[in-house]
Ligand binder design. Sequence first.
Ligand code: MGD
Ligand code: MGD
Ligand code: SF4
Ligand code: MO
Length: 743
Amino acid sequence: MSTDVDLKDPGIQVKKSVCFFCHNNCGMLVYVKDGKVLHVEGDDDYPVNNGGLCSRGNVNQIFLDHPDRLNYPLKRAGKRGEGKWERVTWEQALDEIAARLTQIKEEFGAEALATAGGTQRTDDWARRRFMNLYGSPNGFHNAHLCWIPTFMVETAIYGWCPFEIDMGNSRCLVLWGQNPAASVLPEMSQISNFKKNGLKLIVIDPRFTESAAKADLWLPLRPGSDSALALAWLNVIIWEGLYDSAFIENCCVGFDELAKHVQQYTPEWAAPLTWLDPEQIRLGARMYATNKPGNIQWGTAVDQIGRPGGATMHARALLRAVTGNLDAPGSDLLTGPAQDFMTDEEMEANDWLPEEQKAKQLGSDKFKLITWEGYGKIAAITREVWGKAPTAEWMCEAHPPTVFNAMITGEPYPVKAIITLASNPINSYGQTSQVIEALRKVDFHVSVEYWMTPTAALADYVLPTACTLERPTITSTYGCSDFLLASQRAIPPMYERRTDYDFWRGLALRMGQDEMWPWENLEEANYYRIYPLGYPVSSYDEFVENYRFHFPEREYYKYGRLGFATPSRRVELVSSTLAELGYPSMPSYVGPAENEIDDPELAEKYPLVMTSVGGFMPYHHSEHFQIKELRFLRHAPRVEINPETAAKLGIQQGDWVWVETRRGRIKQQAELTQAIHPRVVTTERGWWYPERGVVEPDLGGCLESNPNVLTSVADEHCDPLSGTWANRGLLCRVYKVDGKDGQ
Ligand SMILES: Nc1nc2c(c(=O)[nH]1)N[C@H]1C(S)=C(S)[C@@H](COP(=O)(O)OP(=O)(O)OC[C@H]3O[C@@H](n4cnc5c(=O)[nH]c(N)nc54)[C@H](O)[C@@H]3O)O[C@H]1N2
Ligand SMILES: Nc1nc2c(c(=O)[nH]1)N[C@H]1C(S)=C(S)[C@@H](COP(=O)(O)OP(=O)(O)OC[C@H]3O[C@@H](n4cnc5c(=O)[nH]c(N)nc54)[C@H](O)[C@@H]3O)O[C@H]1N2
Ligand code: SF4
Ligand SMILES: [Mo]
């Protein structure tokens, strides 16, 4: 805001908008005059942030008209990646893209079109609607790494994922691979408040994080060994009799079988696998089981360990079940889908995708839980019990590495076109060499973006998208929340930007989908979605102005009325749904994707364990590296190394070092810290250098410091249930970069 802005000027309108620089979605008030944004501030009345904005949130106004933002549709003029673009109109771009997609469908079938998304940032029901009507089952996100496998494992076992936690009434909170002090700031401020009232905090994290600093117990386990810890906790809770016998008797099936199964997983058994002391393991299990009600908060770590991921999520879910920490006051809540407004799933037109096209979904033969077979089974049961299904976009997706492989090899069938929207796969998906090869090779690529990212640079058309100040937003966790928070457009899109919804609809209208897109803009679509709520409003904007939020009345113990949404209508400690899909009905130990016990030879060459973190300020994944007001806070990527290890390797604070796995190497700057185990190193993810220019072959240095160069998407490293790949817990080595400043 410039200092001469008078916020009391009667010509100013105050619009209710939201920050979407991460999915906390903090409320903002935007002061607008004559179509221009004069000032942005946190909204005191918004329940997520109560007026606060973080350092990223505070650059919304700079972001809005940053000189590097994309403002006009671009068509490739030179070779792919050469950086030569011609400005075209939206009409020309959409006409040409539609013509090309029609031709691809005729020649190769609709399945030859894929779409790649990232974390939830936009109205992705529109993406799914377009893809369903086009006829392709090959949409995907890298939310495979971000909660989706957890959601589906938990829904298989107790009929919904308890992602809303009743922390205000809780006595014990477990942060399992989550560091909200850097990743979910509003949550951390709540935790700090509740700790004053005696909330016990357990942090399971190989690093001594900002959140661990507040913990009553910190369990620094070997990255990727989480399944051993979860199984050992089950062993302690069951065999020390700390379980909730009434809940088990009334609500669960399979307890005796589970008890017998976990008898083998003692803390002494888990200690060498997790690098924890057996007494520490016992202490944690007892603390969680005896301080009731309690919560296990979701963190992204377990979704990113690849092969052991599914078994870990399964064991972790059973911890809630045996302690009865489900849907009771203060525990993890099974809210179920929204009952009183149109969910994302209801907007997706999933019935329109023909069965023979569903069967072609790439990866569905290998990974059954979040593809059509598993999703179909689970959605059928949730429909019976809750009346609605989880969002299919996210919960039912093609397997990304399998699609990239099809783009490269044409096997099992050719994928000829991809639309990347709200994602930068080169920085964010696994094993970057595969992603970059696929994007160099694919016949046709359209990217819808704010910036010229490494991914967009490899597109044939790049279309400029509108940000949340320029569009209306409904907030919901991957379309599965039972409440909604609604925000309005503060100003019309600047320059020639359009909303993502306008992109999908524009394409759809050119491809014979007219009748299925009656809503001319996102306000109309949102009004259709909220209409069943019955508020006395005649437009979406009026709803935002007058109401803005809808929270249904909280009802605990819903299962008393409805049962659990599983085949037996009980919590299935022995899961029939997983068994029907061909997976173990109870979790067993699965070791980290690469580890020193199963592969000592590899560990000799790569003696350290690599993990990466997403949550570090001020960045969000690969975003905001262009913004100097943030970049000056953190100019270079950091890899955390224990000083003892660094000394042995001749590495000093601030040295540029290579981190290398079997798949490649990257360089980051050494940050020597006691906060990390001597055998573990932590890389920061997302890094690239937009200031270098984003053209081939460097593409903004997207391979130089990006930990996804190191990660693995090999089928044997992926979780067999969900297909999530291995980012964390891999074997690596570290050595100094020769030369000044690592150049
Ligand atoms: N090694 C490693 N890899 C990881 C992770 C990790 O911890 N370690 N974390 C994983 C996790 S949890 C996630 S969620 C993913 C995130 O993966 P992505 O979501 O792909 O994250 P970004 O790389 O930031 O790419 C998002 C892009 O979308 C653009 N964008 C933002 N909002 C919008 C919008 O509304 N519309 C459009 N059209 N574009 C928009 C941004 O400019 C940015 O370029 O990465 C995963 N990858
Ligand atoms: N600043 C910032 N905030 C963000 C984001 C961002 O990119 N930047 N991204 C947003 C998104 S999409 C997400 S999903 C969340 C992610 O936020 P979080 O869920 O907090 O995830 P991370 O910060 O990636 O990792 C959490 C912790 O996992 C630990 N960890 C690493 N390996 C393992 C392991 O094998 N086991 C266990 N138990 N722990 C391990 C790391 O040390 C780290 O402290 O943050 C959101 N908020
Ligand atoms: S970036 Fe910051 S202000 Fe914006 S939604 Fe996330 S936590 Fe809130
Ligand atoms: Mo995420």
